[in-house]
Design a protein around this ligand. Sequence first.
Ligand SMILES: Cc1cc2nc3c(=O)[nH]c(=O)nc-3n(C[C@H](O)[C@H](O)[C@H](O)COP(=O)(O)OP(=O)(O)OC[C@H]3O[C@@H](n4cnc5c(N)ncnc54)[C@H](O)[C@@H]3O)c2cc1C
Length: 386
Amino acid sequence: MKAPTRHLSFRPGQLPTSATELRSEVRALLERERLAGTWDPAEHRSWGSNNPELSRALGAAGLIGMTWPREFGGRERSQLERYVVTEELLAAGAPAGFHWIADRQSGPLFLRYGTREQKEFYLPRIARGEIQFCIGMSEPDSGSDLASIRTSATRDGDHWLINGTKIWTSNAHRAHYAIALCRTEERSDNRHAGMSQFVIDLKHTDGISIRPIFNLAGSHDFNEVVFDNARVPADAIVGEPGSGWDQVTSELSYERSGPERFLTNFHVLRGLVDALSRSASDEAQRQVGRLVSHLWTLRQASISVATTLEQGGLPNVESALVKDLGTHFQQELPEVARRLASAEGLHHGALLTVIENAIMVAPAYTIQGGTTEILRGIIARGLRLR
Ligand SMILES: Cc1cc2nc3c(=O)[nH]c(=O)nc-3n(C[C@H](O)[C@H](O)[C@H](O)COP(=O)(O)OP(=O)(O)OC[C@H]3O[C@@H](n4cnc5c(N)ncnc54)[C@H](O)[C@@H]3O)c2cc1C
């Protein structure tokens, strides 16, 4: 008999009372750093761009790894407080890519599964904004079907030998470390067994070639990374051998439901509203109103997921839904802006450039962090609709 349909659960979440103070703190820091010339708001590259100086300033202010224990460089603040900081960085388009992955995924991975030595070695440096991480999951023949990865790690005395190829590895050419998912046992009937995660020092390990891949907009953000007998120490394994699959999937709720899934091109909406502020047709007002109400609803859904995560829940289906709806929003936004700019005669060069760039990067939203088809599969299965 088919199991009964499960319903989505988006219980209203509330940001903490400290949110207002934190917002002012982040805004003041960004303004100080802007005046000091650390970053330029006109670049609008947000978490896709790297600015080690800005990350160090955020680290010094206690805004990286802020939920982690103090003994590892954290500030023991709540996930919802971290949410507020993330939201402010995105709304400002601050170039926070240097620490983004480490703060969001690698640090929490060490905290949950790492040894005490790993926590002491990596976490304080991440929290100070000193080291950058990248994620080595995808391979040339394994993207959506991540369980089919072939990169192997074989034990060799006090070391592991890594062999294989990772692809689309964002920031591998800049990052100090990669967290790579590797096969530590032969494939068996259980497709999810026999994988492990490793922390690999990209700057000091022989046998690693990092080759650039240029995207549609002409920038070099991701890479192909080839491991040819790359020798890493025995203690480079993160978590239990063979538990890589469970560890990786537990990262995904954090990766998918955050405000970066609908605020990455917020500057397009702001630019559009500014440009229309003197005069806007009824149709333009209707279109902008629709976008803003979608954004507001997405934000409520995302805050609800963040609240569930804070309370120890694992809302995988709801996270997948936020990511899917966020993708739709972020792709629709520059298209609507393009149509309105033309219909309303908005000939502002800066706005048109912003829209043009946003249209060029928009296809990536469908793919990164799980493709639309895969997310819809997760949602359908989670709701027991298939
Ligand atoms: C900007 C960007 C940054 C990225 N950064 C990283 C990174 O730092 N590290 C990393 O490891 N990876 C990264 N990726 C890779 C990304 O995670 C993969 O591209 C993604 O998982 C899809 O895998 P694939 O490219 O092999 O496509 P495929 O899995 O081959 O999918 C191709 C198409 O087939 C569809 N499809 C596949 N399987 C099914 C199915 N079962 N049912 C229905 N449809 C299906 C997909 O939805 C997609 O439309 C990045 C990707 C992008 C775009």
